[in-house]
Every structure is written in C-alpha cells, then in structure tokens.
Design a protein. Structure first.
Ligand SMILES: [Zn+2]
Length: 176
C-alpha cells in the first residue's frame, strides 16, 4: 500500500461519525488503530470497540467499509482488537470540546484499572461524583450543581443529569 493510499484510507476511516454522538468521529473517539493492506490486497482497518455490546460499533464498522469502498478501495475489511481495552480517556481533546459544544458533559478521568478483565462499572458512582473522583459540570453554564436523573440516558454509555442553576438537562458520557 502506498503512503498516499494509506493516508487517504486512514482519513476516510477517521472521519466516520459515531451514529449515537454524530459530532464525534472515529478519530475523536480514539477507536482507530491502524490501516494496512494484507497480502491478498484487501485494505484492513483495525479498530478497538468502545465497549462490548455497544450497538453503535456495528454501524461504525459498516460505515468505514462503505466509506472506503465508495472511494475506490475495493476489498475492505474491518478488524477489531480488544486489548488493550478502549477507555473513555482515549476520547481526544478535540472530541471533548465537540461534546461540550453540543451540550454533552465529557467523561472525567477513567477509574484505574486492574490487569485482567475490565470490570464494567457503568452505573456506579454517587450523583455528582463519578468514578475517578471527578465532578460532573453542566455543559451549558458550567455549574457543578447538577442532579442525576437517570444512570441510563438514550444509551447505556450516557447518564442523564439536570443542572440546578440553568435547569437544562444534559447527557454525561460515562467514564470507562
Ligand atoms: Zn447549567
């Protein structure tokens, strides 16, 4: 694969949006690992899924394949690599800014991990203090006077809060 073909394929894959938070691309999420061409000539895009069971990942895989095929990359495959497991810490600074600009509270630092299987801690934590000891702040006005309404918003990876100051509800992307 030429350098140029690699860069084009990488940029196409990197630009695919998350279907659930479309302001975020695959690059913003930090899930894109590599692009290469295998010996058979197939273009292989490797990603790390955000967390097992996330329904957005199937869509993202299909969208990456289509983006490359639509741009002249014939045979395309999306491989997943599970280790090291994805962490919300991998969401880029740009991605966090886009979340805030779109009314989402970005995740704080992810809880420290033990080696071995990753414990799924979605749903734990007191209303305003998340695992990792960070506070949730309102993305609309910056207030930290917020109240947890539901541990599960539209999707399992987000919790629904309401700001006590500006009264606006907002989604907090959970630390994982
Ligand atoms: Zn507010």
């Amino acid at each position: 694969m030429t350098r140029r073909a690699h860069d084009v394929a990488y940029a196409l894959a990197a630009g695919v949006p998350d279907p659930e938070m479309p302001m975020l691309t695959v690059a913003d999420l930090g899930v894109l690992r590599s692009v290469h061409r295998d010996p058979s000539g197939c273009t292989v895009v490797t990603i790390t899924p955000t967390y097992s069971g996330c329904p957005a990942m199937a869509t993202i895989r299909a969208d990456i394949e289509n983006a490359l095929r639509d741009n002249g990359f014939g045979a395309v495959r999306v491989d997943t690599v599970l280790s090291p497991a994805w962490s919300s810490d991998w969401i880029t600074a740009d991605g966090r800014r886009k979340l805030r600009e779109n009314g989402y509270s970005p995740p704080g630092p992810a809880p420290a991990r033990e080696s071995g299987p990753i414990p799924l801690t979605l749903g734990l934590g007191s209303p305003t203090s998340r695992p990792g000891g960070t506070s949730v702040a309102c993305p609309h006005c910056g207030s930290s006077a917020v109240r947890l309404l539901s541990e599960f918003s539209a999707t399992a990876c987000k919790a629904l809060y309401r700001c006590r100051d500006c009264r606006e509800p907002f989604d907090h992307v959970k630390e994982i």
